[in-house]
Design a protein around this ligand. Structure first.
Ligand code: FRU
Length: 491
C-alpha cells in the first residue's frame, strides 16, 4: 500500500495547522487545517456524527493536487479536526482526488465516493472516473476494484474527461444506492447522470436526469439530488453561467432545478430554475439528511473568480458556509441557519421600536462574530427609498447592505471592505414586495457575512477580509423608519 503521500500530508497539516491560532480563523465556519480548501465533500451522517470532507491542498494557499481534508461535528457548529482522509496516490487518481460524497453502508463502514483524475487537464490523456474508499470515520482504504464507474458506463456523446463529483445516497425503500454525477455532453454544456448500485461498489448507468443545452452554463459540477416537502430538487454548480436578471452573476454559480420525479421510471421533470444564493461567494453546495429528517446544505463560501485572494497574512484559504436547513414554500427554496446555532448565542441586546432618521448607532450593537436580526417598517405616510446597514465598519472600512423598497432589492456592496479584488464587489438579490417592511438576519463570523432575507427567502453569502478591528455597525435611512434589532454574540 502506497500510503506515503497521505502520511506526508497528515504530518504536514499537523505541524502547519498548529501554527495557525484560533483567532486567525473564523470561529464556527470550517476552514482547512492548513493551506487551501474548495468544495465540501462527503457531507454525511456516520455513526451518529456529521462528517465533512473537503477538497484540500495542504501545502499551499492556492489550489494544487487535490487531497481530502476531514472534520466532524455533533451539531454543525463546533467542528473537530481529523487527519486528511485521502491523497492522490494511485494511478487512477494521480492528478487529483476530486469532489465526491459519502454514505454509511449497511455493515457499518463509511463509504467515500469520489472522482479520480488521471492525465493532465485538457490533454487527450485526461480521464475522470468514479472511485470509492472504505473506512471507519478516520482511516480510509481505497477499494482494490477502483475505478467503479468509467467511460464504459457512459452513453454516447458523454465526456470521459469532464465526468465528476458523484453524490451518493441510499434509497431505503428500494434497498439500493443511487449516485448522480456531472458530465459534459457533445454540445459542450452540462448534464447530470444517474447511476445505481446494490452495494456501493458495482454500478450501472440509469439515465440522464437533466441537461443544460447551453441554457444554464457549461459543465455542470457537483450535482445533488433529493426530495423535500414534496419537491424534487436537483442542485447543480454550472461553470461559466450567463447572468439572467439578478441571478447567476458569479461566473461559476449555483442553480436549484425543481420539479417532479418519477422514481420508477427515473424521470425528472424540471419546472423551475432559480439561484440558490445571491452573495459574492457561494459554490459547490452539498446536502445531507439528518436523522430527524432535516435537509441540510453546506457550500464553499468562495467564488472561483476571486479565490486567489485571502485575508492578509492568512495561512489558510477557503471556508465553508454555515450549514443551512432547506425547505420549500410555494415551490420556492427557503434556507435558514441550522437551528443548532441558537445554542451558541449569548449576550442578547434587544432594541424594539427604534425610530431611525438619518444615521444611528445602537448601544451594544457592534461586532464581527454575531447573529443579528433587523426588522424594518416604514413610518406612517412616508416611504423611504434607501435603508443601509454598515457592517465591519470603522473610519477606513465598511461593507454596506442596502435595501431599496422601491426596487425590491437588497444589495451587498463590499467595495470598501478591504478586499483586494474589485472587479465584482456588489451583488443584488430580488426580494418580496412587503410595502417597505423587511427582515434581515445577519450571521457574521470574522471573515464572512451571510444575510438571510425574509426568513430565508433569499440568502447572500460573502467573504469579508476586512481587518477584524473594524467592528462597527451603523444604520442609515433617507426617511424615517421603525426598527427592531435583536443581536447575539456567538460563543
Ligand atoms: C468544483 C470543482 C469540482 C472538482 C473540484 C476540483 O469547484 O471544480 O468539479 O471535483 O472542484 O478541486
Amino acid at each position: 500500500m502506497n500510503q506515503t503521500k497521505l502520511t506526508e500530508a497528515r504530518n504536514y497539516e499537523k505541524e502547519q495547522g498548529a501554527k495557525i491560532s484560533e483567532k486567525e480563523r473564523p470561529l464556527f465556519h470550517v476552514t482547512p487545517t492548513a493551506g487551501w480548501m474548495n468544495d465540501p465533500n462527503g457531507f454525511s451522517v456516520y455513526k451518529g456524527e456529521y462528517h465533512l470532507f473537503y477538497q484540500y491542498h495542504p501545502y499551499d494557499i492556492n489550489w494544487g493536487p487535490m487531497h481530502w481534508g476531514h472534520v466532524k461535528s455533533a451539531d454543525f457548529i463546533k467542528w473537530e479536526r481529523l487527519p486528511a482522509a485521502m491523497a492522490p496516490d494511485r494511478e487512477y487518481d494521480a492528478q487529483g482526488v476530486f469532489s465526491g460524497s459519502a454514505a454509511e453502508l449497511e455493515d457499518g463502514r463509511h463509504l467515500l465516493m469520489y472522482t479520480g483524475v488521471q492525465g493532465k487537464d485538457s490533454t487527450p490523456q485526461c480521464r475522470q472516473t468514479q472511485c470509492v474508499a472504505i473506512g471507519d470515520g478516520v482511516n480510509y482504504e481505497k477499494y482494490e476494484g477502483n475505478p467503479v464507474i468509467t467511460g464504459k458506463h457512459l452513453p454516447q456523446g458523454c465526456s470521459l474527461s469532464d465526468f465528476r463529483d458523484p453524490k451518493i445516497w441510499r434509497d431505503e425503500k428500494k434497498k439500493c444506492y443511487y449516485a448522480v454525477a456531472g458530465n459534459r455532453t457533445s454540445d459542450g454544456s452540462g448534464a447530470v447522470l444517474l447511476f445505481q448500485s446494490a452495494d456501493g461498489f458495482s454500478w450501472e448507468y440509469v439515465t440522464m436526469l437533466d441537461r443544460s443545452r447551453n441554457e444554464y452554463g457549461r459543465m455542470w459540477e457537483c450535482p445533488d439530488f433529493f426530495e423535500t416537502d414534496g419537491q424534487a430538487a436537483l442542485i447543480i454548480s454550472p461553470q461559466e453561467m450567463r447572468a439572467k436578471g439578478l441571478e447567476f452573476h458569479n461566473g461559476n454559480d449555483v442553480a436549484c432545478l425543481t420539479g417532479s420525479y418519477d422514481s420508477e421510471k427515473h424521470i425528472f421533470t424540471r419546472k423551475q430554475a432559480a439561484a440558490v444564493d445571491y452573495g459574492l461567494d457561494f459554490y459547490a453546495p452539498q446536502t445531507l439528511e439528518t436523522p430527524d429528517g432535516r435537509r441540510i446544505l453546506i457550500a464553499w463560501m468562495q467564488s472561483w473568480e476571486s479565490s486567489r485572494f485571502h485575508p492578509d497574512g492568512a495561512k489558510w484559504a477557503g471556508m465553508c458556509t454555515l450549514p443551512r436547513e432547506l425547505s420549500f414554500k410555494e415551490g420556492r427554496l427557503i434556507q435558514n441557519p441550522v437551528r443548532e446555532l441558537f445554542k451558541y448565542r449569548i449576550n442578547p441586546v434587544i432594541h424594539k421600536g427604534v425610530r431611525l432618521e438619518k444615521t444611528m448607532r445602537l448601544s451594544g450593537i457592534t461586532g464581527r462574530i454575531l447573529d443579528m436580526t433587523v426588522d424594518i417598517r416604514p413610518d406612517a405616510g412616508r416611504m423611504y427609498q434607501k435603508f443601509v446597514i454598515y457592517i465591519a465598519e470603522n473610519k477606513e472600512y465598511a461593507t454596506r447592505l442596502i435595501y431599496r423598497p422601491g426596487k425590491n432589492t437588497v444589495c451587498i456592496d463590499r467595495t470598501d471592505s478591504g478586499f483586494r479584488y474589485h472587479i465584482v464587489s456588489k451583488r443584488e438579490a430580488p426580494v418580496r414586495d412587503q410595502g417597505g417592511s423587511i427582515r434581515l438576519r445577519l450571521v457574521l463570523d470574522r471573515f464572512s457575512a451571510e444575510i438571510f432575507i425574509n426568513d430565508g427567502e433569499q440568502v447572500m453569502s460573502s467573504c469579508l477580509y476586512t481587518p477584524v478591528e473594524a467592528d462597527g455597525i451603523l444604520f442609515e435611512t433617507d426617511e424615517a423608519v421603525w426598527m427592531d434589532v435583536e443581536k447575539y454574540d456567538i460563543c
